[in-house]
Design a protein around this ligand. Structure first.
Ligand code: PLP
Length: 234
């Protein structure tokens, strides 16, 4: 295996270059798109070179793995986003470790995070995960359920909904993925028209290794990329 550090730095440079090109194609600056480096495939010893190469924002989809890796890497200047399903019995332990939960997928979970963040008095940034493709097995709000949840937000003082997140339908190919991303953006535009005061919905988290360029062209502000960072390493 090539030197781990240089292989990962090369992968990261490649991904960042592709992000910048996709941003340029859609008339946006590269810094309008943030890279969430997904660490679910690798152990802390592989995450360290990723951070050394410049990644500061890391994402895990499983709460227990996030707990474990955040602890193992507590000496590094990184922040964590949870990007996968959060069971309510894991909320209390997860909230103090994350800068954002990108995968809030039910009203009960939003309420549980609000409660867990009350002491100490914090406001936890959330994205609402939307099941835009309507697949049965998927977590997330139905598109029609997002508006009613936003209307309840003024009652919550410890969560701050910053935007929406989605995953493209499984196995649909690039055109279907692009349609799912466009659907999330359009839902956001619709919801913005009559959001409660103080809710901005600026963030759209969409796009993974196989489809992030289309997501950026459709307006992604956060792309969650795993496998493309570990070519030649796994
Ligand atoms: C694994 C995962 C990703 C990254 O997927 P890659 O295809 O490896 O880039 C993004 N988002 C979520 C929610 C994931 O679970």
């Amino acid at each position: 295996m090539a030197d781990l550090q240089s292989q990962i730095a090369a992968n990261l440079a490649d991904v960042q270059g592709r992000i910048a090109e996709a941003a340029a194609r859609s008339g946006r600056r590269p810094d309008e798109v943030r890279l969430v480096a997904v660490t679910k495939y690798v152990e802390p010893e592989t995450i360290r070179p990723l951070v050394a190469a410049g990644c500061r924002l890391l994402g895990e989809n499983r709460p227990q793995h996030l707990w474990h890796k955040a602890e193992a890497l507590a000496d590094l200047p990184v922040t964590w986003h949870l990007i996968g399903h959060l069971q309510r019995n894991k909320v209390r332990r997860t909230v103090p470790l994350v800068a954002m939960i990108e995968s809030a997928d039910s009203p009960r979970l939003v309420a549980a995070v609000d409660e867990a963040a009350a002491e100490p008095d914090r406001r936890v940034p959330l994205l609402l995960e939307v099941n835009v493709s309507g697949e049965e097995a998927k977590h997330g709000f139905e598109p029609d359920a997002v508006g009613p949840l936003l209307d309840e937000l003024p009652g919550y003082r410890h969560v701050e909904v910053r935007g929406l997140m989605c995953m493209a339908r499984w196995g649909g190919g690039p055109d279907a993925a692009r349609r799912d991303f466009a659907a999330l953006r359009e839902l956001r535009e619709q919801l913005r028209a009559d959001c409660p005061e103080g809710v901005a919905l600026d963030e759209l988290s969409m796009g993974m290794s196989g489809d992030f360029e289309a997501a950026i062209e459709e307006g992604a502000t956060l792309v969650r990329i795993g496998s493309a960072l570990y070519h030649g390493v796994l």
